[in-house]
Structures are given as structure tokens and as C-alpha cells.
Design a protein. Structure first.
Length: 230
């Protein structure tokens, strides 16, 4: 079955695949994760806010984004936002956003909704008595959140946050549709160039599986250590 396979194409292209494709994938993943966690935390605080209007707006945004396939969000942002920017600014031509900026902003806005729900659960898991103790010590709302609630919530939710980041790492491959040089896009270019689609796509699948499995194992070890601390 494998006698017709040319695995030498991997040896000839591994430098480009990893130093260009995987480097881009990891860079976009880390940046989207950082922005998504920050925005997701703010959304979680908004959803838990006592101001009903703010809570409803944040909830509507989260439910809307979670109900739309990510691929559609990528397309909408890339093709529609330049025209929205033109309409807002009154420019003569569509405002250029750029493929990388479009992908980064899209992933931050989309993944923030999932990080929001994780953080909301983490915040709600903190006993109310600790919040009351913080207020009794003279802390205001933001001081209590920053010094008492959020540090514990991040620790409790760290395994879930990292698990969602693994999903994000896999989802980054969708930027392939915009011809971005991610790992899948780089492999596709090599496959088209050398006419070795099966070998390259099989290699991509193996690499994604190995990396995702290794990261999942690290998350499990972290989860067990957090359980011991508790």
C-alpha cells in the first residue's frame, strides 16, 4: 500500500513546514489565546455584572458568536469589515485590514466567548465568603476581583483554559482558506508543487495528533497537581 508513497518529500520540505508554517501557527495561537483570555475575562465580568443591560449585551454577544461557525466569522471579517470601515470613516475605498490582522482579530473575538464561559464558571466557583471577607477588609470591587477572585479562578480553570487553547491551535488551520502560510497551508503548497497530496496531508495529520496529544497529557498532569493543591 505504501510502496508508491514518496516520504522523501517530507525530508525535503520539513524546514519550510516547521520554520514557516508551524511557526506561523504557534504565533497566531499564542497571540489569539492571550487576547482571547483578556477579552473573555472582561466578558465574564460583564455577564456577572449587576447592571442588567451590560449583562444582557455581553450574553447576547457570547451566544451569537458561539452559534456561528468559525469559518463564517473568518470570511465575514475578512470580506465585510473593510467595507464597514469605509462606511464608518467615509473613505473612498475599502479600509485595508490585512489577512493576518483579520485572522488574529477574528480568533480573539471568537475564542473570547469560550474563554468567557470558562472564566465565568471559575469566578462563580469561588466561595462568596471570600468576596465578603475582601469587602470587610476595605477592598473595592475591582481590588477584590484582582487580588482575591481572579487569581483563584485562573488557577482553578487553568486546565480548561489550556484545553480550549489546544482546540484553538487546531482551529488555526482554518486560515488556510485565506491562503495564509500556516502549517496546513505550507503543507498544501508543497503537496501541490510536488504532486504528493496524500503524503503531505497524512504528515500534517500525524503532527497535529502528536502535538495535541502531548499538550493534552501536560494538561492532565497540571490538572492532577491542582487537585492535590486543593
Amino acid at each position: 500500500m505504501f510502496s508508491q508513497f514518496d516520504f522523501n518529500v517530507i525530508e525535503r520540505s520539513w524546514h519550510y513546514l516547521f520554520f514557516t508554517g508551524m511557526s506561523f501557527t504557534l504565533q497566531l495561537t499564542v497571540m489569539a489565546m492571550s487576547g482571547g483570555i483578556v477579552l473573555g475575562t472582561l466578558l465574564a465580568l460583564a455577564r456577572l455584572s449587576s447592571f442588567r443591560a451590560l449583562s444582557m449585551v455581553a450574553g447576547a454577544y457570547v451566544n451569537l458568536m458561539r452559534g456561528i461557525p468559525l469559518i463564517l466569522v473568518i470570511f465575514w471579517f475578512y470580506f465585510l469589515v473593510p467595507y464597514i470601515g469605509q462606511w464608518v470613516t467615509g473613505a473612498d475605498q475599502p479600509v485595508r485590514v490585512g489577512a493576518f490582522a483579520s485572522c488574529l482579530i477574528t480568533f480573539i473575538l471568537f475564542e473570547a466567548c469560550y474563554y468567557c464561559e470558562i472564566m465565568r464558571a471559575g469566578i462563580q466557583s469561588i466561595p462568596r465568603g471570600q468576596v465578603a471577607a475582601g469587602y470587610a477588609l476595605g477592598l473595592n470591587y475591582w481590588q477584590c476581583m484582582g487580588n482575591v477572585v481572579l487569581p483563584q479562578a485562573f488557577r482553578n480553570m487553568a486546565p480548561l483554559l489550556l484545553t480550549q487553547t489546544i482546540v484553538l491551535f487546531q482551529d488555526v488551520s482554518l486560515v488556510y482558506v485565506l491562503s495564509m502560510p500556516d502549517f496546513l497551508g505550507a503543507a498544501s503548497k508543497v503537496a501541490q508543487r510536488d504532486g504528493r497530496l496524500v503524503e503531505m496531508y497524512l504528515f500534517v495529520a500525524v503532527v497535529y495528533f502528536v502535538m495535541s496529544y502531548a499538550l493534552s497529557s501536560l494538561v492532565k498532569r497540571l490538572e492532577s497537581r491542582i487537585a492535590i493543591i486543593r
